[in-house]
Each structure stands twice: as structure tokens, then as C-alpha cells.
Unconditional design. Structure first.
Length: 119
């Protein structure tokens, strides 16, 4: 069974940067790979996604211009570069194999990695 494993979370000061990585243990057979996040007491929300075939990218308005998603087809890796981080970006970030963008449909979740942004 394919697994998604996130890495790169941690503690950073506001204004700083972090890069998250997601490794898939095999082919996910999904059209997209994405990142979602869930802050304490809040519902999980879409952050960003990228289409495997042509690299088209999608972002939530809250992260547009600050976060950059990229993929490496050969290694089944997806990364999320997060710059200009804000305390409200604090959350557990989940990698996902995404079958559709609108509406969002997820085939497989990773276990998550914690990002904490201090003020």
C-alpha cells in the first residue's frame, strides 16, 4: 500500500521560512498532490496542490504569494516552500494524494508534520 511521509516541520519565528517535503512510497495514481493544514480547534483546510502532468499549481488565498509548491516526478516527491510565515500558519500540515480540485477530493493522506510559527 502506498504511503505518504511528510518531513520538514518545526518551530520558526514569524517572517521565517520552512520547507516541507512529502515522499510517496509508490505511484499514487492521483492527478494531483496537495498540502492541507489543520490548526488547533479548526477544520482541515486546503493549502496548495500541483498537477503531476503539467505542474499546474493551486493555492489558497491565505498563502498565495508566500508558499510555493513543487514536484519531482522521478522521485515521487512534493515540496512546499513556505516563506514569510505568520503565527496563523501554525498547524499540522498534511500531504495528500488528490483526485480532484473543485471540489477537493483526497485519495490518501499522510500522517502530518507540525509547523509552529512564533510571534
Amino acid at each position: 500500500q502506498v504511503q505518504l511521509v511528510e518531513s520538514g516541520g518545526g518551530l520558526v519565528q514569524a517572517g521565517g521560512s520552512l520547507r516541507l517535503s512529502c515522499a510517496a512510497s509508490g505511484r499514487t495514481f492521483s492527478s494531483y498532490m496537495g498540502w492541507f493544514r489543520q490548526a488547533p480547534g479548526k477544520v482541515r483546510e486546503f493549502v496548495s496542490a500541483i498537477r503531476w502532468s503539467d505542474g499546474s499549481t493551486y493555492y489558497a488565498d491565505s498563502v498565495k504569494g508566500r508558499f510555493t509548491i513543487s514536484r519531482d516526478n522521478a522521485d515521487n516527491m512534493v515540496r512546499l516552500q513556505m516563506d514569510s510565515l505568520k503565527p496563523e500558519d501554525t498547524a499540522v500540515y498534511y500531504c495528500a494524494a488528490v483526485r480532484s480540485i473543485n471540489p477537493v477530493g483526497v485519495n490518501l493522506w499522510g500522517k502530518g508534520t507540525l509547523v509552529t510559527v512564533s510571534s
